[in-house]
Design a protein around this ligand. Structure first.
Ligand code: SAH
Length: 388
């Protein structure tokens, strides 16, 4: 005889103690005030915690030697320093690493560490799970928005990479992780408050200490938020351009229908402090027969005139069922050559981590597929059980 568990009556799991990992100074201070500390004490404890957690990478309160034992006991009772669960972690032959992080049940976001990018290596972080933008060549665009990530959840992606790279305490020399790019899942400018708070924490010199100059935020073109991003973060700006005329860009990056190229470029020109030492990165995905003609390379140069710019040609990373192909290598090189002659140095981004599906949105989509398959299997087993 088989027994069937009635899962519908299972009580909701009790929320466990919350983690302080990834919290900003204001958030840590608010937590300390919630324990009854006066604002001055709370501010001081917040700074101590920030140093333990984000400089030393502490996982236990017991190591915090400058915090009184009694308070450490209270902290250990109420909080943890855990990172969120890692649902999947893959390491590519070329050193690229990819994490699928489960922030909460059903809320899974990707981050990718790419060696030899930036000063030493860059971590690509997600700002949302899923996306609302529907760019036609992007796999995340096929996935509905689940939710914005919190500032702490964005920072936790950096902590997880630092854990894997064994880069605690924060050092100033020979780091493997030197740059952060907001080029994972989601549109950072639709989650600007959390992105700003996360950047404050990542750039904090007494914590993770990755300088603002080495943090790049990429947007599909939420024009009204672009100057605000610069004013609030001082980060570097990247624009997912992908087309040089409105007709094609309307198709590839549909937010262009709301903010067309002229509006977008007005916003870009208003980005604070642009100059030789601070250029805008323009990302251009190479799609065979769609946007890869040499005439478009020349249009691109015309479009960027007067904007301090770098260009990143991204070979299209195909995903199952994607409606495009990557341009031929020869075409990409010819396109790059036109840009080179106009003074844009080494514009091709080499594809990394192809063996671990490093294109945006792929790991999560594999996981969703798996769990759907698991659900089907469970349903079948359940049906077989009932029939027994
Ligand atoms: N929403 C933001 C950040 C996320 S996408 C933005 O649009 O900029 C990060 C970069 O990866 C963007 O330039 C995006 O256009 C590009 N991208 C997305 N899918 C891709 C794919 N399959 N192949 C190559 N580049 C892709």
């Amino acid at each position: 005889m088989s027994r069937t568990l009635d899962l519908s009556r299972r009580p909701a799991p009790l929320p466990g103690p919350r983690t302080l990992a990834g919290l900003s100074i204001p958030a840590l201070k608010a937590e300390m005030e919630s324990l009854g500390l006066d604002p001055k004490q709370a501010g001081m404890r917040a700074k101590q915690l920030r140093r333990w957690v984000h400089h030393f990478g502490a996982r236990e309160f017991s190591v915090m030697s400058d915090i009184a034992k009694e308070l450490r006991a209270v902290l250990a009772d109420k909080y943890v320093l855990d990172r969120p669960e890692i649902a999947d972690h893959q390491v590519s032959k070329d050193g690229t690493q990819k994490w699928l992080t489960r922030f909460a049940p059903g809320v899974e976001g990707e981050s990718v560490y790419i060696p030899d990018v930036g000063k030493a290596g860059a971590l690509c972080v997600s700002s949302q799970v899923g996306c609302t933008l529907n760019c036609t060549f992007c796999h995340t665009g096929t996935q509905a928005l689940v939710r914005n990530l919190t500032a702490a959840e964005i920072v936790q992606q950096v902590l997880i990479a630092r854990d894997a790279l064994s880069e605690w305490p924060t050092s100033t020399e020979d780091r493997l992780l030197t740059n952060i790019v907001f080029m994972g899942m989601g549109e950072p400018l639709y989650n600007l408050d959390n992105v700003v708070e996360a950047i404050d924490t990542i750039a904090d010199g007494d914590g993770i200490s990755i300088g603002r100059r080495r943090i790049t935020v990429s947007t599909a073109g939420v024009a009204p938020k672009i100057p605000e991003l610069g004013a609030r973060t001082n980060a570097a700006l990247a624009i997912s351009l992908h087309a040089t005329n409105d007709d094609l860009r309307d198709q590839l990056v549909p937010i262009n229908k709301k903010y067309d190229l002229q509006t977008l470029f007005e916003a870009i020109r208003a980005y604070p402090d642009l100059g030789n030492s601070k250029r805008v990165t323009f990302e251009y995905v190479m799609l065979k027969g769609v946007n890869d003609s040499l005439a478009e390379a020349r249009d691109l140069i015309r479009l960027l005139k007067g904007v301090p710019a770098k260009i990143n040609l991204i070979p299209f990373n195909p995903w199952p069922g994607s409606p495009y192909e990557c341009s031929d290598w020869e075409t990409i090189e010819e396109f790059a050559e036109v840009l080179n002659r106009a003074g844009y140095a080494s514009p091709i981004r080499t594809p990394r981590g192809r063996d671990i599906l490093a294109a945006c949105g792929q790991l999560r989509s594999e996981s969703v597929k798996k769990s759907a398959a698991e659900k089907r299997r469970e349903a079948l087993e359940g049906a077989a059980d009932q029939g027994a």
